[in-house]
Design a protein around this ligand. Structure first.
Ligand code: CUA
Length: 342
């Protein structure tokens, strides 16, 4: 990375590959601006001095120059196309999460961050993720618009009530990384903080098993890792008693049964009053107005909260709304269950 070393102090720690690429583009823009600033202001000062007012001299009459005009069109065009292509490439990598990413559900509310994991655990404030593995956040808000921002990862994404937005990252540096809320959301907006706790492989396995981890230092201050895991601070305790043994999908399964979904929707592919949920997630659904839609998190949520918004081809608009009847954590569990019905 050509500038990172020298300018490390001016930007936050670059804890992902995207962050390094983002930094390179940032420094390119910075030095390009410096170059043109010096060039333009320098030429201006030089001309002001060299051609200052003199009564005896008459200015040349200039009619135009195709060479100069072509130059000031072609060079900026090339520079802007480079910036566009470079920026697009970084943005594309930032927004397209790998399909094998580990998924974490995020619920923002005034004024805290809540995280739900596949294994059924829930944490508040601290987000636990594995190192060197893509992690995708599926985010929603319980009240107003918030924004999930991790400066060390150079990712920021609005978190909006009533829908899901996502962001992904692959952390390269273990330890704790600051999370900010980057959208003004009321009195304690500035206190809506959290940490991404990036765990080494050993710590991650321990955490998955519900073991207690010792204090993890801030990223960048972590001791050097060794193969025998000196930095892997795990206390030798048995699983904590509060650890839920139901995975997120299992929690969703019991909701699917208790909330009555099962009365109209099968999970084995057979058709009841409503379409089966088997293999639904990620598939393309034909609608009765001739259009089609990919069944992602937002589609499932909409179909639960506003069942008549999109009617599946061959079915009647008879489902009642479940808006307000499911908490955000329950909605996440239910969608995780539907997603698991491959
Ligand atoms: Cu949440 Cu600002």
């Amino acid at each position: 990375m050509f500038f990172n070393e020298a300018y490390a102090a001016t930007l936050p720690l670059a804890a992902t590959d995207i962050a390094s690429r983002w930094d390179n583009l940032y420094w390119f823009l910075f030095w390009l601006s410096v170059f043109f600033f010096i060039g333009i202001v320098g030429a201006m000062l030089y001309f002001a001095y060299r051609f200052h007012h003199a009564k005896v001299r008459k200015t040349h009459y200039i009619t135009g120059s195709h060479v100069i005009e072509a130059t000031w069109i072609v060079i900026p065009t090339i520079l802007l196309m480079i910036i566009f292509g470079w920026g697009w490439s970084v943005y594309h990598s930032m927004t397209q999460a790998p399909s094998d990413a580990y998924e974490v559900r995020v619920i923002a509310k005034q004024w805290l961050w809540q995280f739900q994991y596949d294994n059924g655990r829930t944490t508040i404030g601290d987000l636990y993720v594995p190192i060197n593995r893509p992690v995708k956040m599926i985010m929603t808000s319980q009240d107003v618009i918030h924004s999930f921002f991790v400066p060390n990862f150079r990712v920021k994404q609005d978190v909006v009530p009533g829908m899901y937005t996502s962001v992904w990252f692959e952390a390269r540096i273990p330890g704790k990384h600051q999370i900010f809320c980057a959208e003004y959301c009321g009195t304690s907006h500035s206190g809506m903080l959290g940490k991404v706790v990036v765990l080494t492989d050993k710590q991650w396995r321990a955490w998955q098993e519900g073991k207690k981890l010792e204090d993890i230092p801030d990223a960048g201050e972590a001791p050097a890792l060794t193969s025998n895991g000196v930095a892997d601070s795990i206390t030798a305790q048995s699983a904590s008693p509060t650890f839920s043994h139901l995975t997120l999908a299992q929690q969703g399964k019991s909701l699917f049964e208790n909330k009555g979904c099962v009365a109209c929707h099968s999970v084995d592919g057979s058709s009841k009053v409503g379409p089966s949920q088997k293999g639904l997630f990620g598939s393309r659904v034909e609608l009765n107005d001739g259009q089609s839609v990919v069944a992602d998190e937002n589609y499932l949520r909409e179909s639960i909260e506003q069942p008549t918004a999109k009617i599946v081809k061959g079915y009647n608009p008879v489902m009642p709304t479940f808006k307000g009847l499911l908490s955000e954590t329950e909605m996440n569990a239910l969608i995780a269950y539907i997603k698991s019905l491959k």
